[in-house]
Design a protein around this ligand. Structure first.
Ligand SMILES: Nc1ncnc2c1ncn2[C@@H]1O[C@H](COP(=O)(O)OP(=O)(O)OP(=O)(O)O)[C@@H](O)[C@H]1O
Ligand SMILES: [Mg+2]
Length: 453
């Protein structure tokens, strides 16, 4: 990641100096300005974040804030002031200030806020990148995530897409993105301009599913008043997605196998062989190996389908993707609900990342949708996810090992981890542990952690 450019605006040289020194030592490039006018002149140099004093010799911080946002909406502004009135704070936040800090400030707190603010823009930029690339409706970039698991999945999907005839078997828990991946495969392949047809094998009784898939001749059964083409015919040249293949009855399994081997089939009640060029993608959230072992699923069909296996990781196996997915869905629901939510608070991220997501990405999507519908604030906070908070605390993630634990040592270790994760900010460390700042201070002393770990 390139270094971020930070502009420090304050008329007091000492304050500018102490902030710049600290930020430079954190690895940022720092510019300085002592008036509102000088600040505006620096903006064309490419500024990512502004630390802005409220009381300036030529104007006030809120006026400068408004001008900065007019210049470039994406520049982050943290306002510093010794004269905080609630009205000013509210106005500043409305104008899009990222944060409002009181003077005198603590350098560590300011540095932590800067880091957090830049992290949010990084995420937002990454999401924007994903969205631009996703201008085509189901491009590879629709599969959001930067973890090794999801990166590997995207590579695999790309390879699968360019071998456009082989059968694909998608396996994975509910909500992991099997439908999504099936569409991405189709729309990234040479078949993209041909139909993508989709049928859920569990949704219909056997004879209806059969005639949906293979079509029927007039008079084939009581209701068959006219001849009808099946999905396989309609999708000629394209892709048929057979969802919940594990639910298919034995009789249909046999017919599907015959189609896959011969590339031809007969309509129900028909005699003629019909040839089509269709790629089949099948999906299941069952363990088909087990179904085969129990003779619930034909082994020959399983091997025929399993030419290109793609297994979808459950979300709990790649929690590092949660923030990016959260930003992605916030962005999507911002457009859908015409809202302007700017990401989530650190406490919300901590909560969302510690949850186990039994319903995977679908559950995450629903949780964000609900929070955005119900919340009025412009950043989602932990309290916008009440159901998760109780689920996390009532869960038994912390199972007592058979040999027991040293509780004091566990407490010390968790405290150190929380302080590290919040770069020494005691209030934020407290949020991670469900403690207030005094309780954190007490424990820091108790464990002799006088210097920041
Ligand atoms: N990696 C991802 N990036 C972006 N969106 C995702 C991702 N994975 C899943 N989704 C979204 O999550 C939701 C659920 O995904 P999908 O319907 O594809 O799951 P599924 O595996 O087919 O579940 P089921 O087995 O219940 O049918 C969809 O809105 C999908 O777009
Ligand atoms: Mg599905």
């Amino acid at each position: 990641m390139p270094k971020a450019n930070i502009l420090v605006v304050d008329d007091e040289a000492l304050i500018r100096w102490s902030l710049s020194e600290r930020l430079k030592s954190d690895g940022y490039d720092v510019l300085e300005a002592d008036t509102g006018r000088a600040a505006m002149e620096k903006l064309p140099d490419g500024v990512d974040l502004v630390l802005l004093d409220y009381r300036l010799p030529d104007t006030d911080g809120v006026t400068v804030l408004r001008k900065i946002k007019e210049f470039d909406q994406d520049i982050l502004v943290i306002l510093l002031t010794a004269y905080a009135s609630v009205e000013t704070a509210v106005e500043a936040m409305k104008l899009g200030a990222y944060h409002f800090a009181n003077k005198p400030f603590n350098l560590d707190d300011v540095a932590a806020t800067v880091e957090r603010a830049l992290e949010t823009t990084r995420l937002r930029r990454e999401v924007r990148q994903f969205r631009t690339n996703a201008a085509r409706p189901y491009s590879l970039q629709r599969i959001v995530g930067g973890s090794p698991a999801v990166t590997a999945l995207r590579h695999l999907v790309a390879r699968v897409a360019v071998s456009p005839s082989s059968t694909v078997l998608l396996t994975g828990e509910s909500g992991t993105g099997k439908d999504l991946v099936a569409k991405v495969i189709h729309y990234s392949s040479d078949r993209a301009s041909r139909p993508f047809m989709n049928i859920t094998c569990s949704a219909l009784p056997e004879h209806l599913l059969e005639s949906e898939l293979f079509g029927h001749e007039r008079g084939a059964f009581t209701d068959a008043r006219a001849q009808k083409k099946g999905l396989l015919e309609t999708a000629d040249g394209g892709t048929v997605f057979l969802d919940e293949i594990g639910e298919m009855t034995a009789g249909l399994q046999a017919k599907l196998l015959r189609f896959l081997e011969e590339k031809s089939f007969k309509r129900v009640g028909g005699a003629a062989d019909i040839r089509v060029d269709v790629r089949v993608i099948a999906a299941t959230n069952r363990n088909l190996d087990e179904e085969v072992a129990k003779h619930q699923f034909r082994s020959d069909l399983f091997y025929r389908l399993n030419v290109l296996p793609v297994s979808m990781p459950p979300l709990r196996a790649h929690p590092e993707d949660v923030p990016l997915l959260v930003e992605y869905f916030i962005d999507a629901f911002n457009s859908e609900f015409r809202k302007r939510v700017f990401g989530a608070t650190p406490a919300a991220y901590a909560l969302l990342q510690s949850y186990g997501w039994p319903g995977n990405v679908r559950e995450l999507r629903n949780v964000i949708e609900r929070a955005m519908l119900l919340s009025d604030s412009d950043r989602l906070d932990a309290r916008d996810f009440p159901a998760l908070a109780t689920a996390v605390s009532a869960g038994d993630e912390f199972e007592l090992p058979a040999g027991g634990v040293d509780l004091e040592q566990l407490e010390r270790s968790l405290l150190i981890q929380a302080l590290r994760r919040s770069t020494g900010n005691q209030t934020r460390a407290g949020t991670l542990l469900g403690l207030n700042r005094d309780q954190i201070r007490y424990r820091i002393e108790k464990f002799g952690l006088t210097t920041a770990p």
